[in-house]
Write a protein that binds this ligand. Structure first.
Ligand code: ATP
Ligand code: MG
Length: 333
């Protein structure tokens, strides 16, 4: 067994991932913690806790401790990191791991310190931070160190972060608290408004993934979903079609388009010219929304390229930076 272990962590709003130096991605779990309401004791973390969402008795609370890429609940985040470190490291360890955590480019000093403190308190021996957009770009195999402008747009669960990278650093960036979770919420809200039917978060996510699209589909699709009638309280099934889902989610997608435009507006012209040549790269789980690359290409006028395994771009890039700290030291704090 290795004595000195080095880990990269992506604390996402929806999912937490860990990379082990020399190994690769070793853990991927929903960023969800179930705790006892009275004693605040951790009952379950990750997929075990996610299964409890919306189904808990009064004495259990299910918490998502990360919001929009920053810590919303410090104690629970620390407990979550402790638990996932235990899963990776084993129950007992002699020497804590060296850990690199990625944080959104726009976070404040206080938010950065909270991430470092939570990581150290959870048992890390040393902790470093790296900019998330840079990690996403490295993970998407963009040659970040070249003297050219490259654009990466990470569209995750809680937030969308657009950034222009050149010479190994983030030149300009913009973040908006819009991502996949907001798409799920808007679907839930509208189904309640239009059909008086209450559906759960997981059902809304399924609708988005199955029939959601960023452009109008030539051949509309529909699906049957089960929920609860908000008036009678009884189970009720409704048929939802892709056209209406498109109408509901489009305003959120416009918010994402807006911050990509704004990022380009504040970027030096030479770099913008590079981006027009090369296009932009989109990563994050929500980049897989059907036809999103088509919508962005059309609305921004710059071709949007998808990457493979987009949900893993950030953790892969964090891992590469962790394994090559000499090359990326400028971006590491
Ligand atoms: N095929 C798909 N189509 C649309 N959305 C998808 C698809 N697959 C996953 N998603 C969405 O991707 C989101 C999760 O993405 P990701 O894991 O990148 O988020 P995160 O890194 O935890 O969040 P953040 O980076 O915002 O903190 C969820 O909202 C999920 O519903
Ligand atoms: Mg993410």
């Amino acid at each position: 067994m290795k004595l000195f272990r080095r880990l990269g962590i992506d604390l996402g709003t929806a999912n937490t991932r860990i990379w082990e130096a020399g190994v690769g991605v070793v853990l991927q779990e929903p960023s969800v913690v179930a705790i006892g309401v009275d004693d605040r004791r951790v009952l379950a973390v990750g997929s075990e806790a996610k299964k409890m969402l919306g189904k808990t008795p009064e004495y259990i609370e299910v918490i998502r401790p990360m919001k929009d890429g920053v810590i919303a609940d410090y104690e629970v985040t620390e407990a979550m990191i402790k638990q996932i470190l235990r899963q990776v490291m084993g129950q007992f360890w002699l020497i804590g791991p060296e850990v690199m955590v990625c944080v959104p480019a726009g976070v404040t000093q206080v938010e950065q310190k909270a991430v470092l403190d939570a990581t150290l308190a959870a048992g890390a021996r040393k902790a470093y931070l790296i900019d998330k957009p840079l990690a996403a770009a490295i993970g998407a195999k963009i040659p970040v160190s070249e003297p050219y402008g490259n654009m990466i747009v990470d569209i995750g669960g809680g937030a969308t972060e657009a950034a222009v990278i050149a010479l190994g650093g983030v030149v300009t960036h913009q973040t908006v608290r819009l991502g996949g979770n907001r798409l799920d919420e808007i679907i839930m809200e509208n189904i309640k408004k239009k059909y008086n039917v209450i559906i759960g978060e997981q059902t809304a996510e399924l609708i988005k993934i199955k029939i959601g699209s960023a452009t109008k589909l030539k051949r509309p699709e529909s699906m049957e979903v089960n929920g609860r009638d908000s008036v009678s309280g009884l189970p009720k099934a409704v048929s939802i079609d892709s056209e209406i889902v498109y109408e509901w989610i489009r305003p959120i997608l416009d918010g994402i388009i807006e911050i990509i435009r704004r990022t380009l507006e504040i970027t030096p012209p030479e770099l913008v010219a590079d981006i027009f040549d090369r296009g932009m790269v989109i990563s994050g789980g929500t980049s897989q929304l059907r036809n999103l690359n088509m919508l962005l290409t059309r609305e921004i006028g710059v071709s949007a390229h998808l990457v493979s395994e987009p949900q893993l771009s950030v953790i892969k890039g964090t891992g590469v930076a962790l394994e090559n700290m000499d090359s990326y030291w400028r971006a590491i704090r």
